[in-house]
Design a protein around this ligand. Sequence first.
Ligand code: FAD
Length: 305
Amino acid sequence: MLRSVILAASRSAKVERAVGSAPISRDVVRRFVAGTTTDDALRATRELLDDGLTVTLDHLGEDTLNEDQANATRDEYLNLLAALGEQGLSHGAEVSLKLSALGQAFDEERAESNARAICAAAAAVGTTVTLDMEDHTTTDSTLAILARLRKDYPTTGAVLQAYLRRTEQDCRELAGSGSRVRLCKGAYKEPEHVAFQAALDVDKSYVRCMNVLMAGEGYPMLATHDPRLIAIGEDRARWFDRSPDEFEFQMLYGVRPEEQRRLAAAGYTVRVYVPYGTQWYGYLMRRLAERPANMMFFARALTSK
Ligand code: FAD
């Protein structure tokens, strides 16, 4: 119930204005967001790489409604990738994109050409791109754009969400050689006819999807903080004889950092999803919805300032 209310608020411009203007402690945002500038993103990347982790960077922003904003997002990614290359960080850091931030809602072709420019910049510095997955109304469009991008940039990654009923089939289609698939539970509020609603059903779907990806020929990226699913991931890696360079675990910046380091110390590849930028509202609300304890942390910060 609380999750539904917070997720509904995450799409409300009115609540965004109220929260954005509230005197929130910087610590609340900083726990989940690396900072607002490219330099903040680069600093966080360097620290994580020094700790034996790898990184995917997300310039925060979604649901862009005009061409100027979409182009500005593209340009920020181009700057970021050039800086990653110049500073020697691109060996361990890739980028994650939301097509809605590149214009998908009003001009799919523009979103694709912006994404293509970012894929080219990533390839030029020896790294790659993963397309984040947003709500279910965008899934077909995002997978179609992915398929076209992969013709020129074969390492471009996809995200599949275990809560969607369609995802096991999508995993089968994307488990082929050369594909990179991030499997997550899914972070949006979705209707019953497209998504499992009970946590147990989502977890069971995650395991079925993980089995398909780990048995396949692609590169699975297991994005979860769930201790049970991580243990099952370790088990499947042994079962399917996948070495640490044949799959990876992924977690969000600020969530279970000790577990990120434990897995890396055990020899696994661990990638941390690092968001940065000023448009943190939607991202932060989804993180709060995932865990009531985070909501209390947020509420205390709001009332104590
Ligand atoms: P949960 O059942 O939510 O959590 C399991 C346990 O992990 C909890 O009991 C708690 O111990 C810990 N935990 C989980 N979340 C938190 C938190 N916020 N704070 C503190 N502890 C926590 N979703 C999309 O829809 N599209 C995407 O493109 C996408 N990309 C992602 C990329 C990465 C690298 C990751 C890790 C997640 C991504 N997600 C994305 C979010 C994902 O769908 C889930 O909403 C999120 O990961 C929480 O699910 P979980 O698997 O961690 O399990």
